[in-house]
Design a protein around this ligand. Structure first.
Ligand SMILES: C[S@@+](CC[C@H](N)C(=O)[O-])C[C@H]1O[C@@H](n2cnc3c(N)ncnc32)[C@H](O)[C@@H]1O
Length: 427
């Protein structure tokens, strides 16, 4: 079907008003105000919410309306979806086919399928899923979702009765076996920011160890550093100790930036994601990504951005956990290893991702951060249960089992290390 989408304008409101008042539509509109005034207020250009309204056209004829919005902006409605395992980075969608004569021939499902691919995922790199919860009795609606590739995840109670919650995932990106956009949602940083700051701040001796690990790779003289996924700025504020560095810290979570409260003349924070860096081409010497790469919505797009903003022979220094390589002894005591390991990139995956964007791996080394007793690890893991991407992969039962094992061997000393990968822009 030759379906295209354009943004709804005020000129479309009379048509939308007519469509919304059509008996086959209005009965599912959950008591919304579909008077002319209501339609202008909710869908007109004066509306200020983040919902995007689109008109679907079939071979040039307007056939339907479809909207999308970040569920994160509608927490009251979305809480019950998140509780069913929908990503906090999911988009919600709503839709209608305007003319009754157009219904019942597969147009609705084709429209949803095309919209999700061409608008929801193509234009919003941060959205990892699309979802909707039509009334359980609105069989045509949830069947259209089903045919468009959505799966049923559960029944949720709505204002007017039970809804069938249906979800579809962003498709995996070509060239990687990891889904492109599943990472965000491992940890809700807006919620756990101050806990993160307490639990993940690093003593000066560990920071010094990292300073020594990166120093062989730094060009002489003043450098421009981007700290991407900077969190509370643990590293953004020490980079100026490691080198004559001006640091721009990139961090999407305002709560993390606030919790860090970094005030340093050579470090500034910009609130955005790695996928669209707000700096000019070839303007950066070093990109530092500390325990953040696996959180990015779209790691390929991010690394493509790294290649764009780095000057020639610029470097990306990645501090991360790499399954099969990095040792975090306490984690071995927890069941469910495959679940948390799959959240992180292996050495081979990192190689493939960076290689696809013109980087060569110039060095890898493990940096031992410290050693601690299992009793201390248990205390830390219990506190950080919701603030660490390894721990949030596990069920409460698995956490309890792991804590029990650590506590039963309290004096055993384990090692905590992270791995430094150095990728150089080739040419
Ligand atoms: C584990 S924290 C690491 C923070 C800091 N780099 C450190 O080492 O303490 C991961 C950070 O990545 C950020 N993040 C998540 N998605 C991101 C994205 N798409 N682009 C940039 N940062 C992102 C999170 O908000 C969070 O602050």
């Amino acid at each position: 079907m030759d379906l295209t989408f354009r943004r709804l304008t005020d000129g479309d409101l009379p048509t939308l008003h007519r469509w919304l008042n059509e008996p086959g539509v209005v009965r599912w509109w959950e008591g919304d105000d579909v008077s002319w005034k209501g339609v202008v207020g909710d869908y007109g250009s004066g509306s200020t919410d983040s919902t995007e309204h689109w008109v679907a056209s079939l071979a040039g004829r307007d056939v339907g309306w479809i909207q999308c919005y970040p569920t994160a902006d509608e927490p009251k409605e979305a809480e019950k979806w998140w509780g069913r395992g929908v990503d906090r980075t999911a988009a919600g969608i709503d839709y209608l086919v305007g003319d009754p004569a157009d219904r019942g021939h597969g147009l609705g499902s084709a429209m949803i399928r095309a919209f999700v691919a061409d608008v929801v995922f193509a234009l919003h790199p941060g959205w990892t899923q699309a979802c909707a919860d039509p009334h359980a009795e609105n069989v045509a609606s949830w069947r259209a979702l089903e045919r468009a590739g959505f799966r049923f995840v559960g029944t949720v109670e709505g204002k007017d009765g039970p809804g069938r919650l249906m979800v579809t995932d962003r498709p995996p990106q070509k060239g990687t076996d990891r889904p492109a956009g599943r990472s965000r949602g491992f940890v809700d940083y807006d919620r756990v920011a101050s806990l993160y700051r307490q639990g993940r701040s690093l003593p000066q001796e560990v920071l010094d160890r990292w300073g020594s690990a990166v120093s062989p790779f730094l060009p002489p003289g003043p450098i421009r550093v981007l700290d991407v996924g900077a969190g509370t700025g643990v590293f953004a504020q020490v980079w100026p100790q490691w080198a004559t560095a001006r640091v721009v810290a990139i961090e999407p979570s305002a709560a993390m930036v606030r919790a860090g409260d970094v005030v340093h003349p050579d470090a500034s924070f910009v609130r955005c994601g790695a996928e669209a860096l707000p700096v000019r081409d070839a303007s950066t010497d070093v990109i530092w990504v500390s325990t953040a790469l696996h959180h990015f919505f779209d790691v390929h797009r991010s690394v493509e951005e790294f290649a764009r903003v780095l000057a020639s022979a610029g470097q990306v220094l990645v501090r991360t956990y790499a399954p099969g390589r990095t040792e975090v002894t306490w984690a071995n005591e927890f069941p469910g290893r495959p679940k948390w390991e799959m959240r992180f990139h292996t050495e081979d995956q990192l190689h493939a991702i960076f290689g696809a964007h013109g980087f060569v791996l110039s060095s890898v080394r493990d940096v031992v951060e410290w050693r601690e007793s299992f009793a201390d690890s248990a205390r830390w893991a219990e506190r950080m249960r919701d603030a660490d991407s390894l721990l949030t992969a596990l069920t409460d039962e698995e956490i309890a089992e792991g804590l029990e094992r650590l506590r039963s061997n309290p004096t055993k000393i384990g090692r905590l290390e992270l791995t430094l990968f150095v990728f150089r822009k080739d040419g």
